[in-house]
Structures are given as structure tokens and as C-alpha cells.
Design a protein around this ligand. Sequence first.
Ligand SMILES: [Zn+2]
Length: 272
Amino acid sequence: MHGMPEGHTLHRLAREHRAALAGAPVVVSSPQGRFAAGAARLDGAVLDDVESHGKHLFYRWDNGELLHVHLGLVGTFTTHASTAPPPSPAARLRMAGERVTIDLAGAMIVELVDPAHAEAVRSRLGPDPLRRRRGDRGRFGDNLRRRAAPIGAVLLDQSAVAGIGNVYRAEALFATGIHPDRPARSLDDDEVSALWGTLSSLLRAGVRDGRIVTVAPADVGVRSRARIPDAERVYVYRRGGAACRRCDAPLRAWTLAGRTITACEACQAPRA
Ligand SMILES: [Zn+2]
């Protein structure tokens, strides 16, 4: 599926990069040159940890530096085995460890930040359903109660909840039977809890599977998640006009917050 990566992809990248590079010195360079000064400050440092928050990545180094990355729409990491080919001229960042070399091209943000800046970035982000922080479900509920905008728009607002993109917003609203046009503040406590729980479990499944699969195997006639064909792995996303997998009603697609959303208005009844 195309478009900006959603939170599960960033969480997997953080995990993979931590496993591949943390705990040893990393040779850091900027083949393309735009990050040359930053790369020079990281070169030879030991990577301590990598964390994702929503769609942002933070790399913490033993010399006190903090690297902030946001992929944007076209940013891509490429991981090479220990004998990496010469970097592409488009690679803004290359991190070479003992076992793997990781190149980054096309990212929207590649910058060294001080802890205060990192904290400012993170304080503007809503709770991330992948982070299992105490109190985050309550913060999510508070953020919804403050917003009169449609819930389908608020789920894409990274300051309300971090890491949700166009696929998970449509699928989570379908799974919880919530109409995308309902004002966020009209959701009752049970709906808020169900939505938070669904976002958490869908994103966790995405981290596990490495792809977005939201359908239950039985709903597409197979026995296991691994057997779900790529073309049938979602309930509503990009299925406007097709039949609902649950009730056979035709799915409706419309534009909400600048992106196409699809819903089943039988399963997701509009209500006050
Ligand atoms: Zn339906």
C-alpha cells in the first residue's frame, strides 16, 4: 500500500536498527552531503538506543547526540549486509556497523537535535498506541473530547494520536462500528476505549506481520493470517463501491481531511 508509512513501520524500523547497530561504534557519513556536518558529529559514536514515537524516529548516541528522522512521503531506508555496495548519491545518511549498513534517502527530516528540541517535538505528538504508556488511553480520550472535528479527521491529526495513517483510520473505525463523520467529542467512553484498544492491537499486528492485515481470516475464507491474500487484507480501505465483507452493503468512499476514507454506513451507523 502506498503513501506515508504508518506507526507500525516506524516501530519495526526502530527495532531493526537497534538490533543491527546498537552497542557498538557506527561509521556515519552523508554520501549526498546535505547531512555532512551532522554525520561528522556521529561518526564513530556508539548507538545506545532507537525509539519511535508516531512517525518520528529518535537515535540516541553515547556522545550525547540525538538524531531525529521523519521519513515523510518518500523517505526510504535500505539495509545492506556487511559488504555494502557504494552508497547511492541520493543517500543523505549512511550508518555502517559491523554486521549491516543502513542507507537513508528521501527523508523529510534528518537532523541532530538537543534534548529540549526532541522533547518539544514529542510534546506536540499525541499518545502512540504502540508505546504502552500508562495513562495514554486517558490522554487519547481527553484529546477526542476537546475536538469537534469528525473522528475520521482527528485520527490523522498527529497531535491527537500519533502514528495513524489513512489505512488504519478507516480500518479501526470500521472495526469499532464508528461512522467517520461523527464529531470526535461525541464518542462515549466505551467507544473511546474500543477505538484505542483496536488501534493498539491493529498496529501491534502490523509490527508482527510487517504488513497491514485487519481482516479476520474467516471473513475472507482462509484459516490463518499468513494465508490472507494481499488483495483481501482490509475491510474497507480503498474498497469504495465494493460489498462490505460483513453485511454486503456497498461501501461508500468520500474525502475527509483531504484523504479518501471508505466506510460501511450499515455497519458504521451515523448517530448523534
Ligand atoms: Zn457492513
